[in-house]
Design a protein around this ligand. Structure first.
Ligand SMILES: [Zn+2]
Length: 205
């Protein structure tokens, strides 16, 4: 009989011995657990890091682009106010006649250029908070409003194409919760982004 088993058997013979034995077994179990915990936890930590990297990668993977134009957000989003008349309940300072199309994916989501052009504004802009405006030529402009502070990734003069990251969805300016205010101006007039995008194979839902 090996010595440890002999000792265990002897201890098990008395009540105090059994208590000592249980104590030793619990201590052993804890020790084994402590040694194994990092081994079990590390693969999960690695898997977790991999998963978060994949999520970051997918949002940076860019939005759907059809030809020269694409969505200003990658993946699913929640529709906010559409273009035109629509008072905001609970927001006295929000204009009732809405000049753009509101889309929300969550604070910090990447906002992308919808079409090719040159950046004419990249910073504070009127009630739009932090905004980017792109000149697409032919007197056509797109505007991306309410971007997060310090999130703008382009500068005035930069040439961009659809899918270029511009900044992050935020709540700056006259905004009521994180969202993107997507506005299109054609020949000095703000136009409804919905038919504009639909005509390019990019229906806004
Ligand atoms: Zn808006």
């Amino acid at each position: 009989m090996p010595a440890p088993v002999a000792v265990a058997t002897a201890l098990a013979g008395t009540r105090t011995g059994r208590r000592v034995l249980i104590g030793v077994l619990v201590a052993l179990g804890l020790a084994v657990g402590l040694v194994l915990t990092p081994l079990i936890a590390i693969p999960f930590a690695i898997a977790g890091a991999g998963a978060s990297a994949a999520i970051a990668g997918s949002s940076e993977g860019g939005p759907t682009v059809e030809g020269e134009w694409g969505y200003p957000l990658a993946g699913n989003y929640t529709k906010g106010r559409g273009f035109g008349w629509g008072p905001v309940v609970g927001c006295a300072y929000c204009p009732s006649d809405h000049s753009g199309y509101d889309m929300a994916q969550g604070c910090g989501s990447t906002i992308f250029a919808a079409g090719p052009g040159r950046v004419t504004t990249a910073g504070r802009y009127l009630d739009y908070g932090n905004a980017v405006i792109i000149d697409h030529g032919d007197d056509l402009f797109t505007l991306y409003g309410h971007l997060q502070d310090d999130s703008i990734r382009v500068r005035v003069g930069d040439a961009v194409r659809a899918g270029a990251p511009l900044g992050a969805e935020g709540n700056t300016g006259r905004s009521y919760g994180c969202h993107l205010h997507f506005e299109i101006r054609s020949h000095g007039t703000r136009i409804d982004p919905q038919p504009f995008m639909a005509a390019r194979g990019l229906p806004l839902t």
